[in-house]
Structure formats: C-alpha cells, structure tokens
Design a protein around this ligand. Sequence first.
Ligand code: 13P
Length: 249
Amino acid sequence: MRRPIIAGNWKMYKTPSETVGFLHDLAPMVTAASRVEIVVCPPFVDIAAAVDAARGTAIGIGAQDLFWLKEGAYTGEVSAPMLVAAGCRWVIVGHSERRQYFGETDESVLKKTAAAVEAGLTPIVCVGERLEEREGGQTERVLARQCSGGVCGLTPEQFARIVIAYEPVWAIGTGRTATPEMAAQAHHFLREQIGIRFGDEAAQACRILYGGSVKPDNIKNLMEQDDLDGALVGGASLDPVSFAAIVNV
Ligand code: 13P
C-alpha cells in the first residue's frame, strides 16, 4: 500500500511569524487525517519556526531545495545534513521553477536527490513537461528524458527512498489543472519508466504525486486515479483552510 502524501510548497511566501500562525491554525484541522502524510515546505528562513510549531503534530517539515555537498565555500547554499539538523524530513528537488530560473538540470537533480537520501531526507523529485512540449506531442519523451537523466541514475536502494512529483509546467500557478485522465496517463507512463530501470516491485512501491493548480474542488477527482498517490500543492497550500480541505479529502 502506498500511503498518500499531501505536501505544500510555499515557494517564496511567508515570514517566520506567519509560518507559526499558519501551523497553529492548520494542526487542529488535520488531526483526523491519519491515513495521509502531511508535509509543509516553507522558505529556508522559516524552517526553524516551522519545526518548532509543528512539534507534537503529524505535520512534517521540508525544504524547497538543497545543495549536494555537505559543506564548503558555496555562498548562499544549504546542505542536506544542515536541513536534517534543522529538523527537516523532506526536501523538494528539481522543481520546474528551479529548472526555469536557476539553471537546475537533470544532472544537478540527480546529485541533489542522492545527497538528500544519503542524509536521511525524503526527496520529492519533480518532473513535468512545458506547454509547447505537451502541444508538440513530446510529453512522454520529456518525462522519459527527465527520468533517465535524473532518478534512474540512483541506486535501487536510493530510489526506494524517494517520492516523485509529476508537475506539468503549464498547470503550475495557472489555474489550468491537468484533467484526471491526463494526470493518470503521465503517472502510468512514469511508473512504466521506473519499472524498466528498477523493476516492477520498485515501480509499484514508488509514490507519485501530482502538482499543478491543485485545489479543494479538484483534489477528489485527481485522487481517484490509480497511479496518483497525493499532491504537491502551491497556491492553495498558503491558506490553512484550503490546505486542510485538500488534506481531508
Ligand atoms: P500551484 O498549486 O500554485 O499551481 O503550484 C504547483 C506547484 O508548483 C507545487 O510545487
């Protein structure tokens, strides 16, 4: 059984005090959701406050990025052991905004993913096609390339400890969600790719989340799809009421 995950990616929103307020509001609204793993990924500067505010709840805290080396002269970077020491259990890797604006490649995604696993974090590794790629019929080619250049380079032991997020770039922040059928098709394809590299059992065990304009009113239809194991939520994760509504579905 793959336990569902609902993860919030706050992107560049909220201060430490806003983070504390959010978690105090969210925690009592999600106490009944024991079947789901709940994750909140705030900006780096909010992590300490988030870990403190989430203590004693079922809410796990994650970061939105990391660097693959442990320490050194890398101004502005944060390592996996530092995130662990700060109380993180999760980290998002290879988000399309990192690929688009900050030069993230499949190669850096692979290094970051391996570093996260080695430190004991659960990486949520993002893949997904851009609009012109979908419209040009390239979706599967792009997903296959992102897998083969990225997570397929992990060892089977490392792979067993990651989560994948399928986030079609054209659905992020646009209000244009993939239909449940489109999401299901992409998730099925990703599972096939994983199966080719790591075998059927690993493919069946891997959790694949959907991300892209997930809201309280579309989560139910998405979650009904066989290969869909939860969601990576952007905008709707910033409000405790809408995030709780998604968790509670
Ligand atoms: P939205 O839910 O705002 O579309 O963002 C999705 C996302 O990028 C999550 O990582």
